[in-house]
Design a protein around this ligand. Sequence first.
Ligand SMILES: Cc1cc2nc3c(=O)[nH]c(=O)nc-3n(C[C@H](O)[C@H](O)[C@H](O)COP(=O)(O)OP(=O)(O)OC[C@H]3O[C@@H](n4cnc5c(N)ncnc54)[C@H](O)[C@@H]3O)c2cc1C
Length: 384
Amino acid sequence: MEDVWDLVVVGAGPAGSAAALRARQLDPGCRVLLLDRAAFPRDKACGDGIAAHARQELARLGLPGLLDDHRPTPRLSVTSPGGAHVSAVVARPNHVVPRRVFDARLVEAARARGVEVRRHRVRTLTALGGHVVIDGHLVARAVVAADGANSAVRRLIGVPPSPDRHTAIAVRGYADVPPDDDEQVIVMQSEAWPAYAWSFPVGDGTANVGYGLLLPMLRQTGRPGREILHGRLARLLPLLGEIRSPVRDLRAHHLPLSSGRPVPGAGRVLLAGDAASLVNPLTGEGIYYALLSGRLAAEAAIGSPDDPLRAYRRGLRGALGRHLRTTDVLALAARSPGFIDAAITVAARRTEVFDLLVDVGLGAGTVPPRLAAAVALRWLKNLT
Ligand SMILES: Cc1cc2nc3c(=O)[nH]c(=O)nc-3n(C[C@H](O)[C@H](O)[C@H](O)COP(=O)(O)OP(=O)(O)OC[C@H]3O[C@@H](n4cnc5c(N)ncnc54)[C@H](O)[C@@H]3O)c2cc1C
């Protein structure tokens, strides 16, 4: 057995790196071990869209300039399943940074802050007194499980995986686009609703393009997932702007949606990011929640070592409680594509509504009752 670690973090994606960074920020003397089965830089299936809210989290972690060498993406265009359309400048620009770059930078920043980073695939976990023993030889006072959508640690602590009805699946690839393309494009689909395709320009003459839908809708087709995902993406490409090359590096992954989120841990093991099913059910955004929940998990582990789970739940409730309840309700309403048509129609007319929808879809926003009423009214009008 090695000496006891104050914190062992499993998974070095945004959630895990944020946890490790925050722990050393709070207590520069604490011993933090960050484990990942992969060597970095590594790819991750993702749209690479990094919301302004996520950059705010980076600043809180002491990394305000991490993406400064990447061009911001000032515009967002959304087409609803029924064809309502809005294209506008977002209040705070988003970024599109390939995960191979973004995640490796986070890991390097953690290492530079004194975190020990090791390549290691976690397979077993045992509670022993006030400690957790990992793979028989790593002893931790607390563990942050940030090992992604198929979290092994989540299984090991007895938390069931995300139910299919609260899980999406999406494929992404890269294609050439005009170098001056600076608009994130989302085209929602009435076929297999809820589903959408996207093109997110990286700023270097390439764009991340993809297509995603709910897992039960994919299963309903009775066809192999690859055939459906790749086929629909190919079919939707002409709607996504000026794509100048075939799509390459196709890769798919699950998205565990927050509408099916579990208790975020057990005892001294805290689940963060995708392992805690913290993906926005309306947009598939998860990087902001990963950074935020990783930070909160570290604050609980370091600040409340006697009962970290309780502190973590309190932290999550404070930061995201109202927002998650809002997106739970909106995800239910959005089962009717007409609701989204109404929301996009209203957003196209009123900038403050557009900004608010971005805040709900990419951040921790909530919907004021007056706006909910305006959208409901438009929805009813469309129905009659
Ligand atoms: C196709 C697609 C498009 C998406 N687009 C966007 C987008 O544009 N914007 C956005 O915000 N979100 C997007 N998301 C969601 C986003 O990718 C995730 O929410 C985000 O990656 C979650 O970060 P994480 O740190 O929780 O997990 P991950 O980034 O998945 O990191 C988990 C890490 O754990 C490691 N690991 C796994 N098992 C073990 C183990 N047993 N032992 C050790 N290490 C392990 C893995 O190697 C990995 O590095 C998208 C998702 C998909 C699938």
